[in-house]
Design a protein around this ligand. Structure first.
Ligand SMILES: *Cc1c(COP(=O)(O)O)cnc(C)c1O
Length: 382
């Protein structure tokens, strides 16, 4: 394989990232306070249009602090979308709480309101009111915001919105990252924007932003000159260098989104005439996806047996990266023993779904390489 590797999603740099990082060096503020941090948080708040942002060193850290802020204690139950990345669920275990996994619905692939309500009723009947609902905007697709919010309000259970993959997405014109009682973003390497590693917690109140900062900086008691701690603390703050990269990334976010949309359109056209393959797309105009990753479903009964694994291997042969859709948490060795509510939607999406290269900088030549593999495999136009 001598051809260049085509990645699933590579960073899209704007140009000013280095300028802001240089600024951090010039002013000798390369630590966990500084201008870039304040400005990056301000940029995020302005972009989201609702809530207070605290930037942290990962999205996982943001989920962990989010669960703490929502009052999760050892032994509590937390409802969590099963079809997601493990980082949505691991912090439940960090806290000694118990995850209860929920199936997906097939319109948005996210938490199914019917299975969610079934779970809530059953857990309450068993004597435990779940503490939090973790709803994910997987692959940049907003979950069924209104239906999930209705249940959250009806049963008085707060939502932690995992928008790690959904910066730039929106529902009815309002940005993802604003729908949870607490929401979370990630700026890890391959997300829609990157700070080389980082995340943010979005809260509705200034007091919660302050509390998040307090927890993320080792919970140092205020008003004393020595180190004094009355609560467990964490080392979760973002540094001023990463925040500089984040500021540069925010300046090109909209361009980046436009390019991702073009990639998505390329796949819509490519698969239009291939029976048995559907490109995952927004169910109605209410939903706007950032198209972080374009994903497809392959129905083998309509493709003469060609499966998502066949396509993955054919792409790999040409040094093109693709990846199966997330393996649901309730099927993971580490989470198998926990309860699951719903049917087989998440399992089927995993079995038949594939994420395709979706980087904003996918060139014409790279698209041609991908197209050739796909047309050859499905024997289109031959
Ligand atoms: C990436 C991701 C996270 C974790 O974010 P990190 O910044 O990598 O810790 C959480 N949830 C989902 C759905 C993700 O894709």
């Amino acid at each position: 394989m001598h051809k260049n590797k085509i990645w699933l999603s590579s960073p899209y740099l704007g140009g000013n990232e280095l300028k802001y990082v240089q600024g951090a060096f010039d002013t000798n503020w390369i630590a966990s306070v500084g201008d870039n941090i304040d400005r990056f948080e301000g940029d995020l708040e302005a972009y989201l249009g609702d809530g207070y942002a605290t930037v942290l060193n990962s999205g996982t850290a943001a989920i962990h602090l989010g669960l703490i802020l929502l009052g999760v204690q050892p032994g509590d139950e937390v409802l969590c979308q099963s079809l997601t990345f493990a980082a949505s669920a691991n912090p439940i275990l960090y806290l000694g709480a118990t995850p209860i996994f929920i199936d997906s619905e097939i319109q948005t692939w996210n938490i199914c309101p019917v299975a969610l309500e079934e779970a809530i009723i059953d857990r309450i009947a068993k004597g435990k009111r779940p503490k939090v609902i973790i709803a994910v905007d997987l692959y940049g697709m907003p979950y069924q915001v209104e239906a999930v919010r209705k249940l959250a309000n009806q049963y008085a259970i707060p939502i932690l919105e995992d928008s790690a993959e959904a910066l730039g997405s929106s529902y009815k014109g309002k940005k993802c990252g604003t729908f949870g009682d607490i929401s979370v973003l990630s700026f890890n390497n391959n997300k829609i924007i990157t700070t080389s590693g980082g995340g943010a917690i979005i809260t509705k109140k200034m007091s919660l932003k302050e509390k998040a900062f307090f927890l993320a900086t080792q919970s140092q008691d205020k008003g004393v000159s020595h180190y004094q701690h009355s609560e467990i603390g964490y080392n979760y703050k973002m540094n001023n260098i990463s925040a500089g990269i984040g500021r540069g990334q925010m300046e090109v976010l909209d361009i980046n989104l436009g390019l991702r949309k073009k990639v998505h359109q390329f796949y819509l056209n490519l698969f239009k005439n291939i029976a048995g393959v559907t490109v995952f797309n927004v169910p109605t105009d209410d939903y706007c996806s950032n198209h972080w990753l374009t994903t497809i479903l392959i129905e083998t009964s309509l493709t003469k047996g060609i499966s998502r694994e066949d396509l993955r291997l054919a792409l790999l042969e040409e040094n093109i990266e693709s990846r199966p859709v997330m393996k649901p948490m309730h099927l993971q060795p580490i989470f198998k023993k926990y309860s699951f509510y719903g049917g087989d939607n998440a399992g089927k999406l995993f079995e038949n779904g594939l994420c395709l290269p979706s980087g904003s900088n996918l060139s014409k030549e790279e698209r041609d390489r991908i197209e050739t593999v796909i047309l050859n495999l499905f024997k289109v136009g031959l």
